[in-house]
Design a protein around this ligand. Sequence first.
Ligand code: HEM
Length: 110
Amino acid sequence: AAADPALIEEGAKVFKKCQACHKVGEGAKNATGPALNGIVDGAAGSVEGFRYSKPMQAAAEGGLVWSHEALAEFLADPKGYMKGTKMSFAGLKKPEEIEAVIAYLASVGG
Ligand code: HEM
């Protein structure tokens, strides 16, 4: 999908809710949560050196890919989407926030 600069900018603001636990961009390191470079359309549970929960490891073994759709469902309700995930985050309630943060994540490399 073509990158919409305004949506990406909005997503950068939404990402403030994630930053306590996640880093993204050049040189990003794992923290409470894994670094999120390349996460959109990337394989779940596969960031080098991060200790995932059992259910995330199982999802990774099952071949889960963070498609736009899967990511949107996970971010709306992490613990509902994946019982037992250690991502302690209530979720993003507004679909606009979810779309924006996904656009942002898709735009940052590193
Ligand atoms: C996992 C995104 C907020 C902690 C993940 C994953 C994504 C993600 C995509 C899966 C990573 C992978 O498969 O490698 C986000 C976004 C957030 C957010 C976009 C904000 C909207 C948070 C917050 C925390 C957190 C606030 C800490 C309080 C974690 C942890 C995992 C994780 C610990 C690993 C989960 C597991 O192993 O079950 N996050 N996250 N995240 N996140 Fe977040």
